[in-house]
Write a protein that binds this ligand. Structure first.
Ligand code: GLU
Length: 279
């Protein structure tokens, strides 16, 4: 399969330098390999995504000098496909309804302690029916126990890392999906969780190389498991380091890092920005 990579932003804010670095890194890799570059809008979280951010993303990336395949896939237009995949997993007994609230899951945990990965099981049928009848909210969780049984363990789950994880992990990596616990695949407010939509779309769009920031390295472990369960190909991963500012801290949306639009308004040119970032 010929090389294909993607940039997959969530339109929950304006792009900043860190996004520019990631998008340019992927774009350049595609160019060098003579392959495809795909832009995917990951707007499944309707509570946080906004059309004006999406419009700004397209504008900022074009300003940076990128171009991408058309049409752009917008995840919110394909929710039925993601739900169909959850249904398939449900028929195979791989997901279960979890009625626990975040508060219940946190009972006994001191604020400074990390959340313990949750592993649960379906409720007895009668109890579940009662809670459903009462209209209680629930999440669909992926059962690690059921997944382990279905795959005969996780020892065959590996992926190739051409970049590096946070501890320098590189080469053939053994996936450890169990460290995340039984992940939530769908919730009432956010219909589909990010991991499921990503693995389905990467496969559908023929992505051979996932190039993204190292902050998403742990996601690869979970995504590898979903690929195995859904019989999807595993792309090669290339996690890159995060861009740091002059203060040595990484740029992030929540720190109100300077956005590309602010840089543009201040007269910074795409060429100057690329030179500064070395991409
Ligand atoms: N949509 C995700 C984000 O904005 C990135 C997904 C990915 O690259 O796998 O953080």
């Amino acid at each position: 399969m010929s090389f294909a990579t993607r940039f997959a932003p969530s339109p929950t804010g304006y792009l900043h330098r860190g996004h520019a670095f990631s998008a340019l890194t992927a774009f350049r890799a595609a160019r060098e390999a003579g392959g495809r570059f795909v832009l995917r809008i990951e707007d499944i979280d309707a509570t946080r995504s906004r059309p004006e951010y999406e419009a700004a993303i397209l504008e900022d990336l074009a300003w940076l000098g990128l171009d991408w395949e058309q049409p752009v896939r917008r995840q919110s237009e394909h929710l039925a496909d993601y739900h169909a995949a959850i249904e398939t997993l449900r028929e195979r007994g791989l997901v279960y309804r979890c009625f626990k609230t975040r508060k219940e899951l946190d009972i006994g945990r001191a604020p400074h302690e990390p959340a313990v990965p949750y592993r649960g099981a379906p409720l007895p049928a009668r109890q579940e029916a009662e809670r459903l009848a009462r209209g209680e909210a629930f999440a669909w969780r992926l059962s690690l126990d059921a997944a382990e049984r279905a795959l005969g363990g996780f020892s065959n789950l590996a992926f190739v890392e051409e970049g590096a994880g946070p501890d320098g992990e590189t080469g053939l990596i053994q996936a450890r999906p169990e460290t995340a616990g039984d992940i939530v695949l769908a919730r009432k407010d956010v219909g589909v969780a990010y991991h499921l939509a990503v693995v389905l779309d990467d496969a559908l769009q023929g992505i051979t190389h996932v190039i993204r920031g190292v902050d998403l390295f742990e996601a690869a472990h979970i995504q590898r498991l979903l690929q195995a369960l859904l019989d999807l190909p595993t792309p090669t991963y290339r996690h890159h380091g995060l861009l740091v500012g002059p203060d040595g801290k990484r740029y992030a949306k929540r720190d109100k890092a300077q956005t590309l639009r602010e840089l543009r308004a201040a007269g910074v040119t795409p060429g100057a920005l690329r030179a500064e970032m070395g991409v």
